[in-house]
Design a protein around this ligand. Structure first.
Ligand SMILES: Nc1ncnc2c1ncn2[C@@H]1O[C@H](COP(=O)(O)OP(=O)(O)O)[C@@H](O)[C@H]1O
Ligand SMILES: [Mg+2]
Length: 605
């Protein structure tokens, strides 16, 4: 219930639609019952009984009013003749049914808008929340689970909501109207039927609930079957290599047999539901028929009223059933929504709303990393790293993979706070600096430079406000050795990049990512193995081009090929999260430490 309300809160912006729909559904139900009640005049014509004269209702009681109406009906029939009366009443029914359906459509029209808006808001909220989460969250969380949440679970909620809110509101309304009509016709008969109806309803819903639980169990058994299939598909090479096909078949047969056995039992129970309810409802109807006919014979109620009562009673079960289905559909959404809610409750990144942060316009002194340590959960990744990056310098970070280079750069960019120590920007702790202003100074080419699904031009000018400066775009493309291949594209800068940039090779993507970082005119340019997928020639040319740029920016270079870092002003060598050596290329070679070792390995290779 709490979850349901939480889900419905997403519909708030469309709440007026909900009210309009409700009003329309009210009218729909009114005309629905009215059209059913119009059977009475027909039956009256058919039976052509004389009504006892009742010129005015003597009392305000329902019985008196009913008698009065019947008398008017009788007069009307006498006046226009039964044939003409028939035409009138047929027309009345036709109009009532027309109106009823018009209102139903109107209700559904607005309800559909409400339901879809609700889902739209849920999706928007989820994505907005995702973008507000700190980077650390994404590093911890498995991507598959996130994707599953944002697509599958939202889909499940969507399927449970669309068409369901309609039933949730309309069915109780319909039942109320039917109940009202039945009460007006005969409260005694209503009482008789009400004794038995809830009993049937209760039995059906119990059966349904137990079936639902079983179905859940069935789903889990299906998971096992699918799991075997998936494992086989993934490991087909291994299965073949070990000639284990027969074993896999055996496993599959067993799981599938268990599933089938279970489903047969389930299906049999389901088949039991309709005979059971039918027997029960027949019993109710039998009781009604007996008591009703008895009342008619006793003269307590008119035959036409009795028949109409039966007609309405026959309709009563249907909204009850659809309402039950709607509730059970919603219950399916609950599990999924709870998962979504878990994500929404993740605290968003605090960095943007901590007050009193100063914004930085430019780097003047440089960056200092002081005694910085960092751990991912239990795992210590960086330990007591101290280093300086003066403005305008070309600094290289080297070390074996896994030594913590990317993590160090992440800390310098302020993507995570260090577990210990501080990162100082111009002598001021990074935690006191407005992150938006700081990141405007950075040009980062990450290891896995992503291109977005947009034109090349939009990709290169990404994150920079204002109209694109085309001359500048071509200049940075040239610097990044990307001009030639962009010029060869038939649509040039307006080429649409495919999903995740699949249209370009790894090397081309890296060059475009570099162009994007350069376009911002960064004060701190960070290349994290940004040229690793390039051929040596392009790589050398890029580094030459960068070296020839005026020294208006500071460079942090992480490169695998050490020949690329030899011209750096200063080289820091990381190993296992510690800073083990530093110096210029020549210093380090002379020292015959890790750097010299790595360098010799590469030169001789
Ligand atoms: N999300 C993560 N969770 C746990 N450990 C991680 C995560 N990301 C990186 N690491 C670990 O941190 C260490 C340093 O990684 P990284 O900074 O990427 O190294 P490098 O860039 O030098 O190859 C590695 O041992 C790696 O396994
Ligand atoms: Mg790395």
């Amino acid at each position: 219930m709490r979850t349901l309300l939480a889900i419905l809160r997403y519909g708030q912006p469309a709440q007026t639609r909900l009210l309009v729909a409700l009003a329309a559904l009210f009218c729909f139900n009114l005309f629905n019952v009215f059209s059913l009640a119009l059977i009475i005049p027909f039956l009256e014509i058919l039976f052509a009984q004389a009504a006892p004269p009742e010129p005015y209702p003597s009392t305000l009681s329902l019985e008196a009013w009913k008698k009065y109406l019947f008398y008017q009906l009788y007069l009307f029939r006498l006046e226009v003749g039964p044939m003409t009366a028939l035409v009138y009443f047929s027309a009345a029914i036709a109009v009532a049914i027309l109106l009823k359906n018009a209102f139903r459509y109107l209700g559904a029209w607005h309800m559909t808008y409400y339901e879809h808006t609700l889902i739209q808001n849920l999706r928007n909220r989820l994505f907005a929340h995702l973008t507000a989460l700190p980077l650390g969250f994404f590093v911890r969380m498995r991507k598959g689970r996130l994707l599953n949440l944002a697509t599958q679970d939202v889909q499940i909620v969507q399927e449970a909501i669309i068409g369901t809110v309609y039933n949730l509101l309309n069915d109780p309304l319909t039942m109320l109207f039917y109940l009202g009509a039945m009460l007006v016709l005969s409260w005694k008969l209503t009482l008789v039927s009400l004794v038995v109806l809830p009993l049937t309803g209760w039995m059906i819903s119990r059966l349904a609930r137990s079936l639902r639980r079983k179905a859940h169990h069935g789903q889990r058994q299906m998971d096992v079957v699918l799991g075997i299939l998936e494992e086989f598909l993934q490991g087909v090479r291994t299965v073949k290599a070990f000639s284990a096909e027969a074993r896999e078949r055996q496993r599959f047969l067993a799981a599938n047999a268990a599933y089938t056995r279970f489903m047969i039992g389930l299906r049999r129970r389901m088949e039991l539901a309709s005979p059971l309810t039918e027997v029960l409802s027949v019993l109710v109807v039998l009781g009604l028929l007996y008591y009703g006919t008895f009342s008619v014979l006793e003269g307590q109620i008119k035959a036409s009223e009795f028949i109409t009562f039966i007609a309405i009673f026959g309709q009563f079960l249907s909204p009850m059933k659809t309402f039950n289905q709607a509730v059970s559909r919603l219950q399916k959404a609950v599990v999924s929504y709870r998962r979504i809610e878990g994500l929404l409750q993740q605290p968003p990144s605090e960095e943007y709303d901590r007050p009193g942060r100063v914004s930085v316009e430019r780097l003047t002194e440089g960056i200092r990393v002081e005694g910085v340590g960092f751990r991912y959960g239990e795992k210590e990744v960086l330990r007591d790293v101290t280093l300086s990056i003066p403005v305008g310098a070309r600094i290289a970070l080297v070390g074996p993979s896994g030594s913590g280079k990317t993590t160090l750069v992440d800390l310098i960019c302020g993507f995570y706070p260090p577990t210990s120590g501080t990162v100082l920007i111009d002598g001021r702790p990074l935690s006191e600096i407005d992150p938006v202003s700081y990141r405007r100074l950075l040009g980062i080419v990450p290891q896995d430079g992503t291109l977005f699904h947009a034109t090349l031009l939009e990709n290169i000018t990404y994150g920079v406000e204002g109209p694109p400066d085309l001359a500048r775009v071509w200049r940075v493309l040239e610097l990044a050795q990307a001009r030639a291949f962009v010029e060869e594209l038939p649509e040039g800068l307006y080429t649409l990049v495919g999903e995740r940039g699949q249209r370009f090779s790894g090397g081309q993507r890296q060059r475009l990512a570099l162009a994007r970082a350069l376009y911002r005119d960064p004060q701190l340019l960070i290349l994290d193995e940004a040229t690793s997928a390039l051929d040596s020639e392009s790589e050398v040319r890029i580094h030459q081009a960068l070296a020839e740029l005026p020294r208006t920016y500071t460079l942090i270079l992480i490169a695998h090929r050490l020949s690329m870092v030899r011209h750096a002003d200063w080289i820091y060598v990381l190993d296992g999260g510690r800073l083990v050596e530093e110096g210029t290329h020549d210093d380090l070679l002379r020292r015959s430490g890790l750097y010299a070792h790595l360098y010799r390995l590469q030169v001789t290779a």
